[in-house]
Every structure is written in structure tokens, then in C-alpha cells.
Design a protein around this ligand. Structure first.
Ligand code: ARG
Ligand code: ZN
Length: 877
């Protein structure tokens, strides 16, 4: 028993319980192999009996041991037998069960009992809406039965599930169903077998009253695979998009990576209580309903895309994650970084490369850059952790994907494919490491990645300073990189940074072809000859490297690129730089009225070109219209004042809204006339529609409120309705109240849409947003038990700069209160709110002190979970 959790022992243990640090360098192979696992589940919502039979043999590749350690967490042990004999020679070490094993091979049988209904952590086996389901990654299997719960122990699983037929008519598990039948007293059973050896984190079962959208996919070798998307009865009409996305993913992975599916059945189950997005369990993916259910009336275009991307992500894991898994959790980016890259490339092919790339960079900058520059910075392959759940981060996932994308850019797509072919071939059926991946790419693609490996071990976003000199027809580019210090890593080595560049001729607006340069030293100079006048530099085109470019480009160069760069990302980037440069200067306080006007005029020139350029498709126009996010702006400053950043950004929006009032109205009218469909142009029109409305509302709230109400009231789809409601939620007056009420009544009972209703208010620019959040926390539909609902209110709030960063610290107090009340219920989700407070070092001193005080208040609480303890202490440290 954990002493810190025993209330009677609380006085005897005054020092906070420190969870141990797990280190990558301490890895040793498990002394035993477990080729076969048999599990018997007697299912009940309040009591589930699990009997597990393990075949155990000595691992010839590991040091011998006279005991076997089986991890457990909150299990009630019923009995143990070894080779058919009941034994009581076992002992407990914390939550782990230690059994003596004298021979070379044994059969171990263990019976345990668990209470899924009481499992509010949503790890292991838990109840959700009357059904039972599991989440085992990373360490949830030990909450089901005693087991070496580590990813390098691979077994084949045979599972028997028994339960009441009325309550659990559908019984699902990994692999193929081999038998089913009726039992006495209204009970029934199903037996499943998964032929592919897998680690325990990929185990899953689901039991409940579900219906399926079913279809078939024929693989490239001609095998038919049965596909099912399982949901609750009323949700069936909203499953077609998920099914289509699954088929497209299967097809794409065959065509692009030569990967074929390897079972006759693929099941997806949608669950409404889920900590994360989805889970790639072998043959039985479990999904958050948010990433399955969609129709035009309830899901936005962005929701449709997210579903397509997450379905693809989990499907792609079947090879990058399941067939080749991870040796230990430090290698998490081996499967996650690679799989994110695979899903990004897939979505680029489905939705268009240019816009998808911009979206992915926006996510990286708003979620990963702040991580890399804050107290929680870690390399994509971390060196230590206390709780692995805290490392399912934007760094491991998104920066991990960028690192592999750089290898692909340097090798070229074909050589990269040769590298991934070799990787799958070499390591199929194994638990591999990041090093294995890098070596396979080196060998298969013919790259030298010696120095490149630093990307796996060094944290922090590299900064690249760029300058151009022009003299006697020669343009000289000088580059200088620095990798900033991060916790535990004070000094860094230069890394190879691949940059695609082009030099534009000012007159013709053309460039003589782009090239890939690799900056692999601290400083480098490159000379380009034959320019009759100074060229305009376009750099890091396509965002080839996840770095921060710092350059002092003349403003007219940025205006030039924003209006005509043929690389869409570079065009977007020039617009962002123009705005960032202006806002940062304004915030520095040094802008005279005249300088402010010059800055605004440059932005207006570029913005005007974006609004009216008819060679642009609307989808790209919508992207280019977006101002850099507040988070990204805060990143640009060593110490940020969130209140002032918000005010300056809003003021620029208002200025643009007024300056382009009639152009924006004409634009809004044009795109409003485009009828609803899911094709690209119609989606682009909807994106521009809400963007235009946002600027119009900033410029002239009163007249825009009418326009927004019209868009809201006349909408025949969620994208337009949500966009209009977002704008209205930020304004004062009766239209706001009416729209919110109308939306609520219309969608009452649809949890995913009611989540949007919470989010729109919590994230709103409305001056009283913080009061709205307080009231919403008392709303009958609010609950701490459902992660989607908690995030819909509090993640939105924590991301709302003017509300969360209210100068008196009220926002910080509210978030700390949430963390403290959520931690005992669902530590994994509670810990995810800590980083918002952990940014204190980069905030102006008055607020920083208030944020720190809230972190200290959390740290002082008794019985903190490992998850929250680790995040809070790192944030204070
Ligand atoms: N492997 C899953 C995915 O990214 C995520 C599982 C996260 N689980 C967790 N406990 N953090 O597809
Ligand atoms: Zn994943």
C-alpha cells in the first residue's frame, strides 16, 4: 500500500511522497519471456473477475533471476498458482507482485478482481455510459491484471469474455473472434485470438450495447477485411465519414508505404469518456467520440479533417507502433513522431499540401515551441520521467514528426521510402529504438545521420539568424545557429538544419529555382553570383526545419513575398513576419505615430493583396488572413505582458476591419452565396466567411452583429453556425444571448456539440469571459468526470489570454482550483492543465508571482498524483 495514500498514515509521513525517477540509461531486458497469455474475463460494471494464465520462460538474452516481477496498480489479488499448484510464497513490493520461479519454464495463473465502475482515471478497464472499455497505453494493463507491463514483452493473447447478454450484447477484443455462444442465466461469451505478438499496452476489450456501420476493404493482395465502426444506437448516422476515412487510410498506406493490413477484421469503437484522442490497440481501436462522429449539422470542416487525420493516425500505427513497437517508453517518438508524419503526409494528399502544411506549422508553433522554451522542455527522446503519461507531448509527437520530415527532405521521398522499407523489414515483430530507426534510414536512404542524431537528444528550438549582403553582383547569405539552453542541458552542439531557399529577382518576381542547403555548423556563409540587384530571400520554404528564423529583412521584401512567393508556406510566413515585426515593435513601446502608420500601411498592402488576389483559392486565402496567435506572439518576447499583447493584436484586427470594411463585406457576400458541400472550394468559402466576419466584428461590432446573426440563423451547417456564434459570443447585447440560447436548445443532449458551446464562451474575447467560465462551471451539464467536458471549458479558458491572464490572478486561481479538484478523480487529465501555469518565467513579474504562488499552492497539497506532482515540481524547479 502506498503510504501517502493512506489517510491514517498522513501524519506519520509529513514529507511529500516523491515518485521515483525512471532513466533511459537504466534499461535492462526483462529476465523472462511470456510467449502466450490467456485471459478470462467475467464482466460486471461493479466487479470484474480476471483470470490470467501466463506461459513463462527464461529470457536467454537477459540476466537470470529467481523471481518474476509482475506490475500491478489498484488490483485485488484473489489467488496465485504456479504449474497448477496454489501458492502463497508470493510477496508484494509496493503495488507489484513478486513470485519465486525456480525452473526455466512455468505456467502462472493469477486471479484478480477489479471495480470498473469506480475507475475514474479512465486507465485500465472502466465503465462509460453503461459499457465497459479499456485504455492500456502506457501503463494501464497493470490495472487489469498483474503483468510485466512494459512494451518489450510481446505475447500472443487468447481471451474469453463472459457477461450478461442484455447488458453487454457486443463483446469485442483484439484479433479474430474464434467462438461465441450462450450460457445459463442470460449470460453469453465470446473467445478471441490475436495471432500477432504484442505488448500489453495494445490489449483492448469492449463490452456493451453497440451498433456497427460495417463495410469491407479488399487489400492489395486481394484479402477482404471486415470493417466496423461501433457506436451507440442513435449515433449510427454520423459514422460514414469515419468509415470513408478508414478506407482511404488503408489504401494510402498500401500505395505510399507499401503497408498492407494483416488481420481479417478491423474494429473501431467510439467512447465518450476518454483521456486522449484515440488508441491503436491491435485490431480494436478505441476512439474518443470526438474523432468518430460527424455530419454537416453537428461537425465543422475542421472536425471532419481531424477525424480523417486521427483515423489515419491510428490505422498507420498498425505498422509504425504495432508490428514494430517500442523497446521502452523513452522511445515513444519512434512510433508517435513517425506516425504523426505519416498522418500529415496522408492529410496533405487528401486535403491539399499547402494549407495542411501551414496548419501543422501553426500547431507546432502554438503547442510545441512554448514547451521547448519552458520548464517542461525535453528532447523528442527524453532521458528520464516520473510519470510517462506526462510525455505524450507536442515535442514527442509533433517535433518528432518534424525531425523525421527533415530526414525525408534531405534524402528525397524515394530514398526515404527505401529507408522506411528497410526499417519495417529489419524490425518487424520487434520492440525497437529510435536509434534503430535512424540506422535504417541511414542504410536504406544512403544518408549520413551521425550529427543529425543530436535532434533526438537536444531539447530547445534552434534559432537561426539570417542576414544578406549584396556587393558586385554577389549576394552573400550568412547564417548563424544557436540552440538555447533547456533544463538539464545548459550547453548545446550545432545541429544539421536543412533549409530550402530561393532568391527572387525584384523586377520579374521570378527565382532561378530553389535549393536545399544544410546549416551544420554554428555559422556559415554562402555566396550566390550573378544578381544585377539585391535579390529577395525566401528561406525555410515549406518549413523544412523546425527552427525560429530571425532576420532583419527590409519590410518591402516581406510585402513582396507575402504578395507573390510561389511557396505557399513562405508566403504565409512573410505575412506572419510582417505582423509579428509590427506588433513586437509596438509592444516595445518605441513606435512613433508615424512609424505605426508605416507599419500598418505595409500590413495593409499585403493584406489587401490577399483579400483580392483571384489566383488564390479561398482555402489558402483563409489561412493567409489569420493573424499570428497570441501564444506565438508571446513566444517572440523574452518576458511577455499578455494584457498588452491582447490589446495590440485586437487593435490591429479592428484597424484592418475598418480599413478594409467594404472589401470584407463584398468578400463575405460572395462566399456566403456558395452553397454547402464538402468539396474544396465550398470549404474554402466557409473558412473565408468566418475570417471576414471576425475582422468586420473587430472593426464595427454593431453592424457586424447583424451580419453574424444572419450567418448564424441562416446556417445549414456547423462550420458557419459555429463561426458566427464565435463572433457573437465576443460581442455585447441581445443577439449574443439569443444565439447562445438558441444553439444550446437546438443541440441539448448532443455532448460533442454542447462541448463547443462551452468552448466558445470560455475562449471568447468578451470582456466578462472569466465570469462566464465561473457560471458555466456550475451549469448542470458541467462535470469533472468527462474529460471532453472538462477540456471544453478549462482548456479553452487557459488558452484565452485576456481571461486567464486577468491581472488580479483570478484566472490562475481558478485553474489551480480545477487541477486540485480534478487530480484525485483523473490525474492524467488534471496534469495537462499544469503547463498553462508553468509559463510564469516568460510573463511579466506581477503576473509571474501570482502564477508561481498557485503552483506552490498545488505543490503543497497532500496526496498529489504522480502525474501532477511531476509537472508542478518541474514547473517550479
Ligand atoms: N498511442 C495513442 C496515440 O497517439 C495515444 C495514447 C495515449 N495514452 C496515454 N495514456 N497518454 O495514438
Ligand atoms: Zn499515436
Amino acid at each position: 500500500m502506498d503510504i501517502a495514500r493512506n489517510p491514517e498514515m498522513a501524519d506519520a509521513a509529513p514529507t511529500p511522497h516523491e515518485p521515483p525517477v525512471i532513466r533511459r540509461e537504466d534499461y535492462t531486458p526483462f529476465p523472462w519471456i511470456l510467449p502466450e497469455v490467456r485471459l478470462r474475463f467475467d464482466l460486471g460494471l461493479e466487479a470484474t473477475r480476471v483470470v490470467s494464465t501466463l506461459t513463462v520462460a527464461r529470457n536467454a538474452k537477459a540476466d537470470p533471476s529467481s523471481t518474476i516481477r509482475l506490475n500491478g496498480d489498484g488490483l485485488q489479488l484473489v489467488s496465485v498458482s504456479i504449474d497448477g499448484e496454489p501458492v502463497n510464497t508470493w510477496s508484494m513490493d509496493g503495488d507489484d507482485l513478486i513470485l519465486p520461479l525456480s525452473g526455466d519454464a512455468h505456467e502462472v495463473e493469477i486471479a484478480t478482481e477489479i471495480d470498473p465502475g469506480a475507475n475514474s482515471q479512465l486507465m485500465g478497464l472502466y465503465a462509460s455510459n453503461g459499457m465497459l472499455c479499456t485504455q492500456c497505453e502506457a501503463e494501464g494493463f497493470r490495472r487489469i491484471t498483474f503483468f510485466p507491463d512494459r512494451p518489450d514483452v510481446l505475447s500472443t493473447y487468447s481471451v474469453r469474455m463472459e457477461g450478461e447478454k442484455a447488458q453487454f450484447p457486443i463483446l469485442l477484443c483484439n484479433g479474430n473472434k474464434v467462438e461465441e455462444g450462450e450460457l445459463e442465466d442470460g449470460r453469453h461469451f465470446a473467445e478471441w485470438h490475436d495471432p500477432w505478438p504484442k505488448p500489453s499496452y495494445l490489449f483492448a476489450l469492449v463490452a456493451g450495447d453497440l451498433v456497427a456501420n460495417s463495410s469491407t476493404f479488399t487489400t492489395m493482395s486481394g484479402r477482404d477485411v471486415e470493417l466496423n465502426v461501433w457506436v451507440r444506437d442513435g449515433d449510427l448516422p454520423r459514422t460514414d465519414h469515419a468509415m470513408e476515412s478508414l478506407k482511404k487510410s488503408m489504401q494510402w498506406d498500401e500505395e505510399t508505404f507499401d503497408r498492407e493490413y494483416d488481420l481479417d477484421l478491423y474494429n473501431i469503437v467510439a467512447v465518450s469518456d476518454f483521456n486522449m484522442g484515440a488508441m491503436e490497440n491491435k485490431g480494436l481501436n478505441v476512439f474518443n467520440t470526438k474523432y468518430v462522429l460527424a455530419d454537416p449539422d453537428t461537425a465543422t470542416d475542421a472536425d471532419f479533417d481531424a477525424i480523417e487525420g486521427v483515423i489515419a493516425h491510428e490505422y498507420f500505427h498498425n505498422w509504425s507502433g504495432n508490428r514494430v513497437t517500442c523497446r521502452d517508453w523513452f522511445q515513444l517518438s519512434l512510433k508517435e513522431g513517425f506516425t504523426v508524419l505519416r498522418d500529415q503526409l496522408f492529410s496533405q494528399d487528401m486535403q491539399g499540401e499547402a494549407v495542411k502544411r501551414i496548419e501543422d506549422v501553426r500547431i507546432l508553433r502554438s503547442a510545441q515551441f512554448p514547451e521547448d522554451s519552458g520548464p517542461l522542455a525535453h528532447p523528442i527522446r527524453p532521458d528520464s520521467y516520473r510519470e510517462i503519461s506526462n510525455f505524450y507531448t507536442a515535442t514527442v509527437y509533433n517535433k518528432g514528426a518534424e525531425v523525421i520530415r527533415m530526414m525525408r527532405s534531405m534524402a528525397g521521398p524515394e530514398a526515404f521510402r527505401a529507408g522506411t522499407d528497410l526499417y519495417f523489414d529489419r524490425h518487424d515483430g520487434e520492440a525497437a529504438t529510435c536509434e534503430d530507426f535512424v540506422r535504417a534510414i541511414e542504410d536504406g536512404a544512403g544518408l549520413d545521420l551521425e550529427q543529425f542524431r543530436l535532434w533526438y537528444s537536444q531539447a530547445g528550438t534552434p534559432k537561426v539568424e539570417v542576414a544578406m549582403r549584396y556587393e558586385g553582383e554577389t549576394a552573400t547569405l550568412s547564417l548563424k545557429q544557436t540552440v538555447p539552453p533547456t533544463p538539464g542541458q545548459p550547453a548545446k552542439h550545432p545541429m544539421p538544419i536543412p533549409l530550402r531557399i530561393a532568391l527572387f529577382d525584384r523586377e520579374s518576381g521570378e527565382h532561378g529555382g530553389e535549393q536545399l542547403i544544410v546549416l551544420d555548423t554554428a555559422e556559415k556563409e554562402l555566396a550566390f553570383e550573378g544578381f544585377a540587384q539585391a535579390p529577395v530571400l525566401s528561406i525555410n520554404r515549406g518549413f523544412t526545419a523546425p527552427v525560429a528564423i530571425e532576420r532583419t529583412a527590409p519590410r518591402e521584401d516581406l510585402v513582396f513575398l507575402a504578395a507573390r512567393d510561389d511557396d505557399s508556406f513562405a508566403r504565409y510566413e512573410a505575412m506572419q513576419e510582417l505582423v509579428v515585426g509590427h506588433l513586437v515593435a509596438a509592444l516595445g513601446g518605441g513606435l512613433s505615430d508615424e512609424e505605426r502608420e508605416v507599419g500598418q500601411a505595409a500590413i495593409a498592402e499585403a493584406f489587401g493583396a490577399i483579400l483580392t488576389d483571384d489566383t488564390l483559392d479561398d482555402s489558402m486565402r483563409g489561412e493567409l488572413m489569420m493573424l499570428p496567435s497570441q501564444t506565438y506572439l508571446m513566444e517572440q518576447m523574452l518576458v511577455a505582458d499578455p494584457g498588452r499583447i491582447h490589446a495590440e493584436r485586437e487593435a490591429l484586427k479592428a484597424w484592418l476591419g475598418q480599413h478594409f470594411h467594404s472589401t470584407l463585406e463584398t468578400l463575405h457576400d460572395r462566399v456566403s452565396a456558395v452553397p454547402y458541400s464538402l468539396d474544396g472550394p465550398a470549404r474554402g468559402a466557409r473558412k473565408v466567411k468566418t475570417q471576414a466576419l471576425v475582422y468586420l466584428a473587430a472593426g464595427d461590432p454593431e453592424s457586424a452583429a447583424e451580419r453574424a446573426w444572419e450567418q448564424f440563423d441562416g446556417a445549414d451547417n456547423m462550420t458557419d453556425r459555429q463561426g458566427a456564434l464565435m463572433v457573437l459570443a465576443g460581442l455585447e447585447g441581445a443577439l449574443r444571448t439569443n444565439a447562445l440560447l438558441d444553439f444550446y436548445n437546438r443541440y441539448k443532449g448532443n455532448d460533442l456539440v454542447i462541448d463547443k458551446w462551452f468552448t466558445l464562451q470560455a475562449w471568447s474575447t468578451h470582456p466578462q469571459a472569466i465570469e462566464h467560465v465561473k457560471a458555466l462551471a456550475k451549469h448542470p451539464d458541467f462535470t469533472l468526470r468527462n474529460p471532453n467536458r472538462v477540456r471544453s471549458l478549462y482548456m479553452a479558458f487557459a488558452g484565452n489570454p485576456h481571461a486567464f491572464h486577468q491581472a488580479d490572478g483570478e484566472g490562475y486561481r481558478m485553474l489551480a482550483d480545477l487541477i486540485l479538484s480534478l487530480d484525485p478523480i483523473n490525474p492524467q487529465t488534471a496534469a495537462r492543465f499544469v503547463p498553462a501555469l508553468g509559463r510564469w518565467r516568460r510573463i511579466e513579474p506581477h503576473r509571474a508571482a501570482l502564477m508561481r504562488a498557485e503552483l506552490e499552492r498545488i505543490a503543497a497539497a497532500e496526496n498529489l498524483s504522480r502525474d501532477t506532482y511531476e509537472q508542478v515540481t518541474r514547473s517550479l524547479g
